[in-house]
Design a protein around this ligand. Structure first.
Ligand code: PMP
Length: 444
């Protein structure tokens, strides 16, 4: 493949944007490919190379790059009627009603402009509502570029993970390993009176993919309720992807107090949302006194794109399609691993998937059979990753040096970080899955 066009653009970008990009993960080496346009389940780069796209914008593009007519016309109409007003519009109400109708724990919603803004506001809301400062998060988790969760370290020995964040911010953040019920209990025994909330993804999509073990979320639900703390599910990735319209919380049957959304809810445009019971969400200004505000929040173009995307998913067999292709991909990869790389593991559920490069013995002595490593009825369930530390044993260097470039060279665009989920969209076809499996066979 020829990448001259991308290389030239990267050179220009490096002199006007830090690292040549506007989001760090995009700066793949030796240089990223610059995208010219999307086409169904594919993207085409600046040099005309075509890739099957399993990054899908890091999750927002449930429908792929060809938006259905209803989404396109709603977006174009909104854009042509003056893009935004600084006054409320009907479409915000409609999207909020849609979320409240489908997501079990949601009665009210505040829209914002990114997943980060959603988690920042959710943490402030939990602190304001409870009058407490401490937030419990999972080791290795990612909740956006926000001060309270950019921490490293264990339990209450945490420090900021980036320069520019005062040490005092990390003092209020406690980490526990995902799926470790005892650690959560101990933290509540020690700090129960001071904990405002436990914040977790229902399925770790940024550091895995890791599923909750049976009963884990129920334990978090009980512990938080017992100690007067809130449970926040960060469904920025899993929202309207895992479990369809009821989201991951519907699948697990556990209702958080607050849910953060992003990605799919904006139909490919910048979005975030904080949802939950009215009693809590109404603490936001102007109904309550926890300050929250935004020039672009509830942007009509975004709201229209999100609403029409979710309506389309509700009225068509979108989830059936993406989940079936996801399963075909996971079980096809599992077969290839069995033959060629038995130390590696395929993880994921619904339309999320990833191959984790574990060393022999890291999760046991091999990968799971049956396409999904994290189904409790699977005979190899005990070997699958249970927390961030398990996946940290993966051969990330090998993934980045050999595997990711090998897949890209074969025209398959994957998330370059070993730990970030990849996604199947409604625009992907059986032929895309077959082609991708051929590429996996070759690369592995
Ligand atoms: N929470 C989770 C679980 C995420 O995966 C992300 C981003 N991938 C965020 C929050 C932050 O969202 P954004 O990048 O839209 O700010």
């Amino acid at each position: 493949m020829n990448y001259d066009g991308s290389r030239d653009l990267y050179d220009r970008a490096l002199s006007v944007m830090p690292g040549g990009v506007n989001s760090s993960v995009r700066a793949t080496q030796p240089y990223p490919f610059f995208v010219q346009k999307g086409d169904g389940g594919h993207v085409i780069d600046a040099d005309g190379n075509r890739y099957i796209d399993f990054v899908m914008g890091y999750g927002p593009l449930l429908l792929g790059h060809d938006l259905p007519e209803s989404v396109q016309s709603a977006v174009q109409r909104r854009a042509s009627e003056g893009p935004m007003y600084g006054a409320p519009t009907e479409v915000e109400v409609e999207l909020a009603e849609f979320l409240a109708r489908h997501v079990p724990s949601v009665e009210m919603v505040r829209f914002v402009n990114s997943g980060t803004e959603a988690t920042v506001s959710a943490v402030r809301l939990a602190r304001g509502y409870t009058g407490r400062d401490k937030i419990v998060i999972m080791e290795g988790s990612y909740h956006g570029a926000q001060e309270s969760t950019l921490v490293e370290g264990k339990r209450d020995e945490t420090a900021p993970s980036s320069p520019g964040i005062p040490e005092s911010f990390a003092e209020h953040t406690v980490t526990v390993p995902f799926n470790d019920e005892d650690a959560a209990r101990e933290v509540f025994e020690e700090h129960g009176e001071d904990i405002a909330a436990v914040l977790t993804e229902p399925i770790l999509g940024n550091h895995g993919i890791v599923h909750p073990v049976e009963g884990y979320h129920e334990t978090l639900r009980e512990l938080t309720a017992e100690h007067g703390a809130l449970l926040i599910f960060d469904e920025v990735i899993t929202g309207f992807r895992v479990g369809g319209l009821q989201c991951a919380q519907g699948t697990f049957g556990v209702e958080p107090d607050i849910t953060t959304f992003g990605k799919i809810v904006g139909g490919g445009f910048p979005v975030g949302a904080i949802g939950g019971k009215s009693e809590i969400i109404e603490q936001f200004t102007p109904a309550g006194d926890v300050f929250q505000s935004g020039t672009f929040s509830g942007h009509p173009v975004t709201m229209a794109a999100g609403l029409e995307t979710l309506r389309y998913a509700a009225e068509n067999d979108v989830y059936e399609h993406v989940n079936r292709l996801g399963e075909e991909l996971r079980s096809g990869i599992a077969d290839i691993l069995e033959d060629q790389a038995p130390n590696y593991t395929v993880v994921g559920t619904d339309s999320m998937f990833k191959v984790i490069f574990t060393r022999e013995g890291a999760f046991g002595d091999g990968h799971c059979e049956g396409g999904c490593t994290q189904n409790p009825s699977c005979p190899r369930y005990e070997h699958c990753p249970k927390n961030g530390a398990d996946v940290d044993r993966a051969e990330t260097e090998r993934w980045e040096r050999l595997f990711w470039p090998a897949m890209k060279e074969q025209g398959v665009f994957l998330t370059p970080n070993q730990f970030e989920s990849q996604f199947v969209s409604a625009a992907h076809t059986e032929a895309d899955i077959e082609e991708a499996l051929e590429a996996y066979k070759e690369a592995l």
